[in-house]
Ligand binder design. Structure first.
Ligand code: SAH
Length: 247
């Protein structure tokens, strides 16, 4: 190749090299922020050990938190806050939960790779992605159509192929896919929806915030033993957007 054509080739390749390294730098910046977020979650867990009875969460949960790109699930305008340990608005009056709460709720479910998990309140799709890193199959429901559609597209784009999404009132669960090893509700309900209890496998676990917008809500861990008996335990006070729907 003569010098001139080598120069032309370089000029043609230069933007490619430039853009791919810029992309890389951006990914790296998020990686650092994501690592810091994980450290903050670990600190919050230590600070709340009296509530959760442990000093740390399951390693798999922390790996999922360190892996899933939260910045992909927040609106472009709040990307720079994507890894702050706080909830963020996602439109339609809804929020993506605080990372510490996402990690804690996931941990309480004790999900393993053979499990089928139901989520009520897909929102941005972030919690579903975290669950999909750990479970065999995730079923997630969202009542606000535009949010559900956006979450579905995002999860597909990121390559999650073990998540099914349905736009419907989650109060009634997803009977065709039941029973579930674990159920997570990410909006505050006034009571535990009986259809969800029915769709929980014996030996299964449910995490649900119960309370109203104006009262202290409690995060409950509900367990169904192998005999089908239900027990529940308050974990800690929380603040979630309300569970809606016509029930
Ligand atoms: N898990 C979400 C957090 C979403 S906030 C995330 O990771 O981003 C709670 C969501 O629950 C909202 O999107 C709200 O629209 C939804 N929701 C409220 N009531 C619902 C119901 N009855 N059925 C399904 N989704 C519901």
């Amino acid at each position: 190749m003569d010098t001139r054509s080598r120069n032309i080739l370089f000029l043609l390749l230069f933007p490619l090299l430039f853009f791919s390294s810029a992309d890389h730098a951006l990914a790296d910046r998020y990686a650092t922020a994501r690592r810091n977020m994980v450290l903050e979650i670990e600190q919050d867990v230590r600070d709340t050990r009296r509530h959760i009875g442990r000093e740390s969460l399951m390693q798999g949960v922390m790996v999922a938190m360190a892996t899933v790109p939260r910045h992909e699930f927040v609106p472009a305008a709040s990307r720079r806050l994507a890894y702050a340990n706080r909830p963020l608005p996602i439109g339609h009056g809804q929020t993506i939960s605080q990372p510490y709460i996402v990690a804690l709720m996931t941990d309480l479910l004790q999900v393993d790779k053979n499990d089928r998990v139901l989520e009520i309140g897909a929102g941005s799709g972030y919690q579903a992605a975290i669950l999909a890193e750990l479970a065999g199959a995730v079923y997630t429901m969202e009542i606000i159509r535009p949010l559900g559609e956006k979450a579905g597209k995002k999860l597909y784009k990121l390559g999650y192929n073990n998540i099914s999404l349905r736009i419907a009132d989650g109060y009634y669960g997803w009977p065709e896919a039941a029973p579930f090893d674990a159920i997570i509700v990410t909006a505050a309900a006034t009571h535990i929806p009986p259809p969800l209890l029915r769709q929980l496998k014996p030996g299964g676990r449910m995490v649900i915030p119960v309370g109203t917008r104006f009262m202290v809500q409690q995060l409950l861990l509900v367990e169904k033993n192998t005999a089908g008996e239900i027990t529940s335990r308050q974990i800690l006070p929380v603040r979630f957007v309300p569970f809606t729907g016509g029930h």
